[in-house]
Write a protein that binds this ligand. Structure first.
Ligand SMILES: Nc1ncnc2c1ncn2[C@@H]1O[C@H](COP(=O)(O)OP(=O)(O)OP(=O)(O)O)[C@@H](O)[C@H]1O
Ligand SMILES: [Mg+2]
Length: 502
């Protein structure tokens, strides 16, 4: 800095003071100062616009501006420029306020000499340089923290005093200075873990924690939507000079979903194996029972000396046995179907046609039950790699479920089938105006053998989800626009995209 020429701008209307300062600088700094002067604020600002300066010496009382307003105008136009204020000796109070409002220093006219002036200017420049460097480094760190794909929040005295954007995205909008322990949207099974986290961030528990945690966005637990899985860890730190805790959270929802799918698939595979074995073992004695039953019915028909009442009773018992055996047979059939490994053919399939076939199969049933089919949202679909007959089965399952749900419904009975392409995926929705799926069982209905229907097997949806997942797609449930259920099939289009009908 010492061997560099300092460009200073003096904004001063008094010619006597200006001469004095020029002389001081000449004597004190020899040629290391380049001084320009303006008599009015406007002229000074014009000079600064044309040419940069290292420091401004500013008289606060100018013909076109008075007092602290003079300083604020300069600072508003050049916030990074160091300003040394010059004031009359009777106005030291204003000078002190000027420093408070951003001037680097002040000098009282008639009370400073060359060396004080030079020191003040150099000091002002250096301080501003440090301030700039600090600001740049702060901005660098801020943009780093704000851009991190990891959620970060800082807790002081049990309250959240900072959240980065990723964290805000995970928590959803929540009040300022929120008290961590007042967060009510944790998954019921993780409340103990969350209590440990709250203890940690209020300094009452283990200071550094590490855990997987489930929660809903702020205020959303009653709807049970958008469950998030996060990996959270805590550590103590000082923030704004105060003891605080940093909590970072990585969103692992996708990972957990995939893990769940893998576990479910393994479970299904082994379940399928066992089920197929049992079904096979039951089938043989069952056919034996059926043969013996027909024989028994025949004997009864031909038996003499049996009273009419006794014959009726025996007949009723035989029919009951027969219907029970039919039910066992149909369970076995379903289980065998379910357990059979499905080899997916992934030719380019016309999903639009698969939908039409499923609708065709269901039309008569729907008409008989007084259900209106809404096809108004069926859009054209390109072909995609899929096994069309399996997709038809899935859509039929969904339509059948919807029709069964509508048996319990009052008012209009509507089933809507919709299709569209979105984000390079084929989306097919089957929705109904029935009672809907209560949020608390939305996770369960896709599990094998989960049913709420008396004559249900609980196989339809688990089979359907397995088929869709094997197509690398997704089958999910939500509420429909009529307040009932909406099942959504998403199938990736892949690269073999081709318009329908080719
Ligand atoms: N459209 C719907 N509206 C309301 N609840 C539904 C709907 N579809 C399915 N469910 C719920 O999901 C459960 C599981 O459905 P899933 O199709 O797997 O089995 P199911 O219909 O009971 O028996 P099945 O094996 O004969 O299909 C149903 O018992 C029902 O509680
Ligand atoms: Mg079903």
């Amino acid at each position: 800095m010492t061997d560099r020429t300092i460009r200073a701008l003096l904004i001063e209307d008094n010619p006597g003071d200006a001469i004095l300062i020029r002389e001081m600088l000449r004597d004190a700094g020899r040629d290391s100062f380049l001084l320009e002067r303006a008599e009015r604020l406007e002229a000074g600002l014009e000079l600064l616009r044309r040419e940069a300066a290292d420091v401004v010496l500013l008289d606060l009382s100018l013909p076109d501006s008075q007092g602290l307003a003079t300083l604020s105008t300069v600072r508003a136009n050049h916030p990074m420029l160091p300003v040394v204020v010059l004031t009359g000796f009777d106005d030291e109070e204003t000078a002190v306020r000027a420093v408070r409002e951003g001037a680097q220093d002040y000098l009282v006219k008639g009370r400073f000499d060359g060396s004080l002036l030079v020191r003040s200017m150099r000091y002002g420049i250096e301080r501003k340089r440090v301030e700039r460097a600090l600001q740049a480094s702060e901005e660098r760190f801020r943009s780093l923290v704000e851009g991190l794909p990891v959620g970060i929040f800082i807790v002081q005295n049990g309250r959240i005093v900072y959240q980065n954007p990723e964290q805000r995205k995970m928590f959803g909008p929540m009040p300022e200075n929120f008290e961590v322990a007042a967060f009510r949207d944790v998954h019921p099974e993780d409340t103990a873990k969350f209590a440990a986290l709250c203890a940690a961030v209020s300094g009452n528990g283990e200071l550094a924690l590490d855990m997987d945690l489930r929660f809903y966005p702020y205020g959303k637990s009653s709807e049970r939507v958008d469950l998030r899985w996060v990996h959270a860890s805590t550590c103590p730190l000082r923030f704004g000079e105060q003891p605080s805790f940093l909590v970072d959270m990585v969103n692992i929802t996708r990972l957990k979903e995939m893990e769940h799918q893998v576990i479910l698939r393994e479970k299904l595979a082994s379940l399928g194996h066992v089920a197929a074995g049992i079904a096979h073992e039951i089938r043989n004695p069952l056919s034996g029972i059926n043969i013996h039953l027909s024989a028994l019915q025949k004997i009864l028909e031909e038996a003499d000396g049996m009273g009419a009442e006794a014959r009726l009773q025996a007949d009723r018992v035989a029919r009951q046995i027969q219907s029970a055996s039919q039910r066992i047979e149909s369970v076995i059939k379903k289980v065998m179907e379910f357990a059979r490994p499905t080899a997916i053919r992934t030719d380019l399939a016309d999903i639009g046609r698969a939908i039409e076939e499923a609708i065709d199969f269901s039309t008569v049933t729907l008409r008989k039950r007084g259900i209106t089919l809404d096809r108004s949202r069926l859009g054209p679909l390109p072909k995609c790699p899929a096994d069309a007959s399996l997709i038809t089965q899935v859509i039929m399952n969904l339509i059948t479920n919807a029709a069964q749900a509508l048996e319990r419904a009052e008012g209009d009975r509507i089933i809507g089938v919709a299709s569209e392409v979105r984000d390079n995926r084929i989306v097919v929705c089957v929705s109904d105006s029935g009672p809907g799926v209560p949020p608390e069982i939305r996770d369960k209905i896709f599990d094998p053998f989960y049913t709420t229907r008396q004559d249900g097997y609980g196989i339809g949806l688990s089979f359907s989800r397995r088929v869709v997942t094997e197509h690398h797609g997704a089958l999910t449930v939500d509420a429909s626009r009529w307040g009932g259920a909406e099942f959504r099939i998403e199938l990736p289009l892949g690269n073999g995209r081709e318009p329908a009908g080719k």
